[in-house]
Ligand binder design. Structure first.
Ligand code: FES
Length: 294
């Protein structure tokens, strides 16, 4: 299949190249069907398996090809228009050949003012490519990212969704140079090295590589609140609205807040802290001084 690294334009991103419709080789198709059956079996309705199946297609083709869309539609009893509608909605799905490494530079507000805009300008010039474009060697696709969800380490860059914290233009240029040179690159957190786009896509399809718990998950900046809570003896609310709160110390609850000031959308067991601070009943207040912590 012909690949067109480096010549994509924003205007052409939704155009699926004719060659991407070429049929899969028989053995590749058989393996895809075998994997797809495992994915589909996880869901009560098979159409729910579309997102992981699109990742599966990317793990084989490197992007969502026309034949990949046909495959998903066939396996899930969907129309190709329905599959395309999903594949073009989410930015993790690529509709043209993607690089071996997607490098996303956060240029959202916090990262931008902490240096993200400067990183973007310098790395884009260094590589000679813009947003969603790929280096001619097919190694790096560059993206502006709206938020890498790691603002406490701004400015943040990611490579195939692994974090590189507290970056500078120099460190990011070194990162892309190392990726292009085929060197193993270690992210700030997580596994020991960045996997390829196809490898990561297979994980996103639901086939674990055993690396999910490798390396540290949260760095010191993310744990700063927990450290302060330990230091000051703060604990979490016990979930009983009104029992521990002194209402005259609380702002008036809005319609979607509890009397203790918690938002109902976060008041669930799923949001319970991973770490129990101690065995005391949880409270929002400084028990020693009897005051609400602000
Ligand atoms: S603003 Fe950059 S990670 Fe959130």
């Amino acid at each position: 299949m012909a690949e067109h690294y480096g010549i994509q334009t924003a205007a052409g991103h939704l155009t699926v190249a004719a060659e991407s419709k070429e049929p899969y080789a028989a053995d590749v198709l058989a393996a895809l069907h075998e994997d797809a059956a495992q994915v589909v079996a996880k869901y009560p309705q098979k159409r729910s398996a579309l997102l992981p199946l699109l990742h599966l297609v990317q793990s084989v083709d490197g992007y969502v090809t026309g034949r990949g869309i046909d495959f998903c539609a066939d396996v899930l009893d969907l129309t190709t228009a329905e599959v395309s509608g999903v594949a073009t909605f989410y930015t993790q799905y690529k509709r043209h050949p993607n690089g071996e490494y997607t490098v996303g530079i956060c240029t959202n507000t916090l990262c931008a003012i902490m240096g993200g805009d400067q990183i973007w300008d310098e790395v884009s010039e260094h590589l000679g490519i813009g947003h969603d474009e790929t280096t001619p060697d097919g190694k790096v696709t560059l993206e502006r990212v709206e938020c890498n969800a790691a603002c406490d380490f701004a400015p943040v860059v990611m490579a195939n969704w692994e974090f590189f914290d507290n970056q500078t233009p120099e460190s990011t240029k070194q990162l892309v140079d190392d990726l292009r040179a085929g060197k193993d690159v270690r992210p700030s957190r997580g596994p020991a090295k960045v996997c390829t786009f196809k490898q990561v896509s297979r994980v996103l399809a639901g086939f674990h590589d055993g690396l999910a718990d490798e390396g540290v998950g949260a760095g010191p900046a993310s744990l700063e609140g927990l450290r302060l809570a330990h230091e000051r003896g703060w604990t979490a609310p016990d979930g009983t609205a009104g029992e521990t709160a002194t209402h005259d110390q609380q702002p008036e609850a809005t319609s979607d807040q509890t009397a203790a000031g918690r938002h109902t959308s976060t008041d669930s067991g799923a949001n319970a802290p991973d770490e129990a601070v101690d065995d005391k009943p949880a409270t929002l207040f400084d028990e020693k001084n009897g005051k609400a912590d602000s």
